[in-house]
Design a protein around this ligand. Structure first.
Ligand SMILES: [Zn+2]
Length: 88
């Protein structure tokens, strides 16, 4: 990941980091420009999910999906689509 110094605009390197939580990390940065020498902290935060993680699917649901026939999967998908249309 490329970090830019906010004082001089040159590249800064990440010297160390602290994981504050699963979704938040602080990066300790040092500017590579010797005429600047700015050291600073950048925050790195989780924003939002684009595609859900497989670990968020309950194990019993995964079991059902794995054991389902093609027709059953189509039925489940239609139920999900119906739920989404109902919410809109
Ligand atoms: Zn700098």
């Amino acid at each position: 990941m490329r970090i830019r110094c906010n004082r001089c605009g040159k590249t800064a390197t990440i010297q160390s980091s602290t994981q504050i939580s699963d979704e938040f990390k602080q990066l300790y940065c040092c500017c590579t420009n010797p005429q600047c020498g700015h050291t600073f902290v950048m925050d790195l935060a989780f924003s939002h999910t684009l595609s859900p993680s497989a670990v968020d699917i309950p194990p019993e649901a995964l079991e059902r999906i794995r054991g389902a026939s093609r027709g059953e999967l189509r039925e489940m998908f239609q139920v999900l689509q119906g739920g989404m249309q109902g919410a809109g």
